[in-house]
Design a protein around this ligand. Structure first.
Ligand SMILES: [Fe+2]
Length: 306
């Protein structure tokens, strides 16, 4: 199956799920959950193979698709966020249907744009043979593609580095889709092996010597790019850790001096309050004595006048 036919058949499969969802009654929560789980799986796999193989190859082989590829990546990004929110959402939640409706609108717009603009540009530039080889690569990549959405992956993760490296190779060497596609599939498998800690696949590219050479070049370029991303991530992580340590020490120092100053204020206030109490007592005693003396005087005056 050629690449574009394969991607279009994916689109048809999700459209059928959308129609089934739209026919569900308000209270068909179990059915809605099942349909949305299928949407999550289908769309996650589809987005992954497009991002990891189809877009980089199209962008490299058909330079005019650069803008539409970038737009498609942003559309995928939005869709993946919606999917990731739907993974654990209760279908009885008041926002569930609204979220699925927005997801469907977004995907339909994206599909319409791909089928009416993007795919025809690619079909015009690539030979039937190239498209068939690319289709085989996409079908192969489907077997190991993630079935859950990872919205952060394409923008910041090593998958972008792999895609970037593949794009770079395509830019430099032009055609030979078979080599590029084989190399990119292996590069993605390498990436998965790296994440899961399993062994890198032992894959030997097939085809002419130029094709094999290109496949090996794509794989090693992707691997170098992934190393670079991991090194940057490690540096960023240690930088963040030391910033956090400094902030913690600073916060501790501030807290200690704040405590000390609060204690000093409390002591001063206590002393002031004691002094005030003593002064008040003395003043009361003095007033009482004066009053007593004055009462005695009044009494003496009264008795002498009698
Ligand atoms: Fe897409």
């Amino acid at each position: 199956m050629d690449a574009i036919t394969l991607l279009k058949s994916d689109h048809k499969a999700v459209e059928q799920l959308f129609k089934r969802f739209e026919k569900c009654g308000d209270r068909a929560h179990v059915q809605k959950r099942q349909i949305v789980d299928r949407m999550i799986e289908e769309l996650s796999v589809h987005a992954a193979i497009e991002e990891q193989i189809f877009y980089p190859v199209a962008r490299g082989a058909v330079p005019d698709t650069e803008d539409i590829t970038l737009e498609s990546l942003e559309e995928h990004h939005v869709v993946k966020w919606l999917l990731s929110e739907l993974v654990d959402m209760d279908p009885a939640h008041e926002r569930f249907d609204a979220k699925v409706t927005v997801l469907i609108e977004n995907v339909r717009h994206h599909v319409e744009e791909e089928e009416s603009e993007f795919f025809p540009m690619v079909r015009k530039q690539l030979s039937r043979n190239d498209l068939a080889e690319l289709g085989t690569a996409l079908a192969e990549a489907k077997k190991s593609a993630p079935t859950k959405p990872h919205p952060r992956m394409p923008d910041a993760g090593p998958a972008t580095a792999v895609a970037g490296a593949i794009t770079g190779v395509v830019d430099r060497v032009g055609g030979n889709i078979s080599g590029i596609a084989q190399g990119s599939v292996t590069a993605v498998q390498d990436l998965i092996a790296r994440f899961t800690g399993s062994e890198r696949p032992k894959v030997s590219p097939t085809g002419s010597s130029a094709t094999r050479k290109r496949a090996i070049g794509v794989r090693s370029a992707a691997s170098a790019a992934t190393d670079g991303v991991q090194a940057t991530a490690r540096t960023a992580k240690s930088g963040a850790a030391s910033t956090a340590k400094t902030a913690k020490a600073g916060a501790k120092g501030t807290a200690t001096s704040a405590t000390k100053s609060a204690r000093a204020t409390a002591t001063t206030a206590k002393r002031a309050s004691t002094t005030t109490r003593h002064t008040a007592r003395a003043a009361t005693r003095k007033t009482a004595a004066t009053a007593k003396r004055s009462a005695a005087k009044t009494k003496a005056a009264a008795s002498s006048s009698r």
